[in-house]
Design a binder for this molecule. Structure first.
Ligand code: ATP
Ligand code: MG
Length: 398
């Protein structure tokens, strides 16, 4: 057995010693068999949540109504979920109520794809009732049971299939692929937060181009916020070499290609965190400027290094230029050679200005700070308190 399973073995042991079954399940087992890096370990058990809480000292109720308890062991968090069956799917989404059960096989049966429906016991034996290992060998994504039924039960699985294709570089098994487009309209019933989480993973996938192609072919984009009538633009995206882009860069690329007139509104519809909305709308403006002209010192400063790099990389993908690492190094050097990299680095504060002028705060402070900022950036004055004070005074005498 390999790490990080090895480290988690005592958790399985403790549950078994208390008289229950416990297994590693889901993504970790799949990634182990693919030889992919394992990020988090999920454990499934026949013990009910209250029983788990008796076994372990340190637990957090992260989703107890769905049977999940977080256990911290030796500093590592493990999600431990009671075997459950999901029968009552209403409104084509995840069931509100789940039934806790004592059977591993029934628990594996409710899972989305055969590659995700395997378990591994304490000795490393894989329990694989739906032949997930075969699917992995053939690099195939295949629903557990009827694709039509599984997508109708929970339409998010459609988007999951598409994102796994790009993330793992797998193909979709025929019937699974055929069912995608047929049920895509059911995505309208799915909470945006769940769609966003999958879409983010899709945009981060190493073969995301495949995912985007599947998305347009099955016309799934019709049911994604703000993308319903943007098939042509999305096809453009599928043609570009988007695979090296990060998720933020992908959003930027998307907004630019869509010529989105109201980026903030668009991103709000996706229920993105405000900080990210701000970053992306600011970067989009910078990208639109970059499309018109080369970088100027002030552009770099206004952007900040991260945004400048994201913008330049996306700009190069749009214009089919290689995003060379040399270019990033050059931008870093230029950015580092700026006298200041952000406003906070100015050697004066609003309080300084008020005490020098003997005047209360007001809009004049912001104006003066800006004046100082531009003078420092353009090398007219040094970023030193005494020099700035002197410069302001000479300026007032004029
Ligand atoms: P990742 O590596 O992206 O975390 P994952 O397979 O672990 O992939 P999760 O969303 O973490 O995906 O879900 C864990 C497991 O729960 C899956 O492997 C699958 O067995 C099951 N699962 C998750 N979402 C669904 C769903 N919508 N329908 C059925 N089973 C699901
Ligand atoms: Mg996971």
């Amino acid at each position: 057995m390999i790490e990080p399973f090895k480290k988690a073995l005592p958790v399985l042991k403790r549950i078994e010693e208390a008289g229950y079954e416990a297994y590693f399940v889901g993504g970790a087992v799949r990634d182990y068999l693919i030889n992919r890096e394992i990020h988090d370990i999920d454990i499934a058990t026949s013990a009910f949540p209250e029983e788990i809480k008796v076994i372990f000292k340190s637990t957090v109720d992260v989703g107890i109504e769905h049977g999940t308890v977080l256990v911290i062991e030796e500093g590592e968090p493990y999600e431990i979920t009671t075997f459950r069956s999901e029968s009552d799917y209403k409104d084509y989404r995840r069931p509100d109520k789940v039934t806790f059960i004592r059977s591993l096989n029934k628990d594996l049966e409710r899972r989305d794809f055969t590659m995700n429906a395997m378990a591994m016991d304490r000795t490393g034996i894989i329990i694989d009732p739906f032949h997930g290992k075969d699917a992995i060998e053939k690099r195939l994504i295949q629903t557990v049971g009827s694709a039509d039924e599984r997508f109708t039960e929970d339409a998010l699985r459609i988007l999951r299939a598409v994102r796994f294709a790009g993330q793992l570089g797998f193909r979709l098994e025929n019937r699974t692929q055929e069912a995608l487009g047929k049920h895509a309209h059911l995505l309208e019933h799915i909470a945006i937060e769940r769609i966003l989480a999958e879409f983010e993973k899709l945009l981060n996938g190493k073969s995301k181009k495949e995912s985007i192609q599947l998305l347009t072919e099955a016309e799934i984009h019709h049911y994604l916020p703000g993308l319903s009538d943007k098939g042509t633009a999305i096809n453009e995206i599928a043609k570009a070499d988007i695979n090296p882009l990060t998720s933020n860069q992908m959003w930027l690329f998307l907004l630019f290609i869509l010529e989105e007139p109201a980026p903030q509104e668009f991103l709000k519809r996706w229920k993105m965190p405000l900080k990210k909305i701000k970053y992306l709308s600011k970067s989009l403006q910078i990208l639109r400027n970059r499309a018109k002209r080369e970088w100027e010192l002030l552009d770099l400063y206004e952007a900040g290094l991260q945004s400048a790099i994201d913008v330049e990389i996306v700009y190069r993908v749009i214009n089919k230029q290689d995003p060379e690492t040399k270019m990033i190094e050059e931008m870093k050097l230029r950015f580092e050679s700026l006298p200041i990299q952000e406003r906070g680095e100015l050697d004066v504060t609003g309080n300084d200005l008020m005490s020098w002028r003997g005047q209360a705060g007001g809009p004049w402070i912001k104006e003066t700070m800006q004046k100082i900022e531009y003078a420092v950036l353009n090398g007219i004055i040094k970023n030193e308190k005494a020099i700035i004070k002197e410069w302001l005074e000479s300026w007032n005498r004029r």
